[in-house]
Design a binder for this molecule. Sequence first.
Ligand code: MG
Length: 388
Amino acid sequence: MSKPITKKRVVLLGATGSIGENTLRVIAAHPDRLELAGIAARSGWEKLADIAREHRVPHVGLFDPAACAAAKASGRFAPGTTFHSGLPGLIELARLPAADTVMVAVIGTTGLEPALAAIAAGKDLALASKEILVLAGKFIMAAAKKHRVKLLPVDSEHNAVFQCIEGHPQAGVRRVVLTASGGAFRDWPVERLAHVTPADAVKHPNWAMGPKITVDSATLANKGLELIEAQCLFNLRPDQCQAVLHPQSIVHCLVEFNDGAMLAQLCPPSMTFPIQHALLYPERAPGVEAPLDFTRLLSLEFRPVDEDRFPMLRLARQTMVTGGSAPAIYNAANEVAVAAFLAGRIPFLAIPQVVDKTLQHLDPREPSDLAEVLAIDAAARRYATSHL
Ligand code: MG
């Protein structure tokens, strides 16, 4: 007799962003395996109402209490829908007794406390928000170990490393190489970078993503954050985490072992692949999108990263060596600088300058608890904001 199929019940925090949309496609493609127990967004309740009706979701959360009140009063949600408001609402959703897995796909650090709440409640965590690990990686990893929950990385490179490294003893791993597309300006002459506009920076050659992460791809701050994330997730030394330019975004990582052999993970550049892996793990089922097609020419190219061209990568590597709260300061200052660039307040090349200044000014002490992490994050934001 075949094993009865049990459905995984998923809470999706960040349902209206690009990871959220791809997660909904994966869930819709596997109705026998996955169902939505709860969804949340920052403030876009109209879109949330459509998702809730289409997927028959009983629990709905909005980070913005005013948006939550508007949603409740709108009559656009099915009768019997339970609403969860504000950060406490997101935390309630993360602990929902009816859920097995919590997907954290909210922008920035808003997902930190919900992620810790989900772990403490014994839920498996599918983690798409890299800022959470950069800010509080040691607390997240320690909590996941203590509560024996699975922590499944959704960021494409880390999901790829997870797949390559699984089943191999840690001592045999020499290094992990994350691939970077190089972003919107990889082929621009350096002189032109001074004149980049926000409109130029939000056009990514391979991936469709939000504006913040698209700018981070163009500066390679995204790869810098990902190196920090890899160090934390896979318990590596800073010198074991490297990046290589790979314009096609087909190979997502390379894991090199002590004997020089490498394993790579390949799939088309669509987030549905890592999302499905994380949600169905360890099961493998047909994907939402077509796999690679070898009946057509497929070229894979790798180039060294020029850190003079991408100072955000060098700064990230420095924070990994410094340790303590240096990665959190890097992340906070970068968020402030990118927002200022997108608002037209500072030029593109000022982004690394703001981050460098903030890192030099603040003490990278080791935080002893979450309150201290949040205080360091706030101090870095304040300093960066007043030194744009
Ligand atoms: Mg990535």
